[in-house]
Design a protein around this ligand. Structure first.
Ligand code: TXA
Ligand code: MG
Length: 349
């Protein structure tokens, strides 16, 4: 299958044509990669079991890992799920935006979309192109991140093309994703919510709306034992991994830098995740330093993480040393992504 990339240009008539074409493919049971504010999504109708089957196949994703269903307005959750007071409180504050809420599902959502669960993940993206495609297709859209299962999530259309070339007919290029990590996934619990996957909507932001915010153990647990019950099935898989062997180092900034200087070799890289203060000296030729911490903003570091992991692959690096970021506040999403990328292995020095 030939895979075309169509760019959103801001020209109303041209963009409308691209959105209509995407909607036609989806209505016919096909898949289209679409931009969202978090990461690119691999979208198909959430009401057609056949579309879900194609999604799992294109991603090479285990079919017990459920898909997020995207809607164009918070009220459209009524069509697919049993909503609640807490859903509307969260929706009022954070939707459209990077928040996904787990709700009891209605029968119209095929089991293949929810991996056999009786709940469905609901998200209303902020990206206007994503919302226009949902509206034009008239279907809620099942859309996981548009990467091959296990690879870093795509934050640019080029990343999607790399993973999905020959597997889907159309990629809509809406530019670089502004947030760059996937949505915060929450499950309503007694008196509040539990975070199943951290993202741009942080614990403190959620606390402005609900009394109680818990973080699921799997979010910060480096090792998720085989067979351990994960609140969110996605948590049990190795994730976000480039081909390079990842060495995750838990230490202060200076010790990380000296460890890298002593150990790094040609063809290897290092990723600094916190603010970079020192100078890396005497590096052997042919090794690469990525600096996700060139800014004080944790959100900016989150935004860069996946493209840096993919860049490491493009450069063919054999090994990547990553500094373990702190796990508090806005760093929680970055912390969670790097421990998953490392498959749970952490070296404490
Ligand atoms: O930002 C995002 O959420 C992106 C964009 C494309 O919207 N989508 C995304 O989807 O990250 P995906 O499939 O890569 O991740 C979905 C996560 C998985 O960890 C999955 O296990 C969890 O949400 N999930 C989905 N349905 C669930 C459910 N019913 N109960 C618990 N967890 C669920
Ligand atoms: Mg994903």
């Amino acid at each position: 299958m030939e895979t075309r990339i169509e760019k959103i240009t801001g020209n109303r008539a041209e963009d409308r044509k691209i959105i209509e074409e995407a909607a036609e493919i989806i209505k016919a049971g096909g898949l289209v990669a679409i931009p969202t504010e978090t990461v690119y999504g691999l979208a198909g109708s959430a009401l057609m079991a056949e579309s879900a089957r194609k999604i799992y196949e294109a991603k090479g994703r285990p079919s017990d890992n459920p898909l997020i269903v995207h809607i164009s307005k918070p009220e459209e959750a009524e069509n697919i799920a049993y909503t609640s007071d807490i859903y509307y409180r969260l929706a009022e504050r954070f939707m459209p935006g990077p928040l996904t809420v787990i709700l009891p599902k209605k029968d119209c959502v095929p089991d293949s979309v929810t991996g056999g669960l009786d709940t469905v993940a609901v998200r209303c993206p902020k990206n206007p192109v994503a919302r226009a495609i949902i509206k034009a297709s008239g279907h809620p859209l099942a859309a996981p991140s548009a990467n091959t299962s296990g690879m870093p999530s795509p934050t640019e259309a080029e990343h999607v093309y790399h993973d999905m070339k020959g597997k889907i007919p159309l990629i809509i290029d809406g530019g670089k994703c502004s947030i760059g990590v996937e949505s915060t996934v929450v499950k309503p619990v007694d008196g509040g919510v539990m975070i199943l996957r951290p993202g741009r909507i942080s614990v403190s932001m959620l606390k402005s709306v609900v009394d109680r915010v818990e973080v699921a153990k799997a979010v910060t647990d480096p090792e998720i034992a085989e067979g351990q019950k994960a609140e969110s099935p996605g948590m049990k898989y190795r994730h976000y991994s480039p081909k390079a062997d990842i060495i995750l180092i838990d230490s202060g900034h200076d010790r990380f830098v000296s460890y890298v200087c002593e150990n790094i070799k040609k063809g290897e890289g290092a990723l600094i995740t916190t603010e970079y203060l020192g100078k890396i000296r005497d590096l052997p030729e042919g090794c690469v330093i990525f600096d996700a911490g060139g800014t004080k903003l944790a959100s900016e570091r989150n935004r860069r993480i996946f493209s840096i992991l993919r860049r490491a692959d493009d450069l063919g690096l054999r090994r990547l040393y990553i500094q373990l970021p702190p796990s508090g506040g806005q760093f929680l999403a970055l912390y969670n992504r790097v421990i998953r990328a490392a498959g749970g292995k952490i070296i404490k020095i």
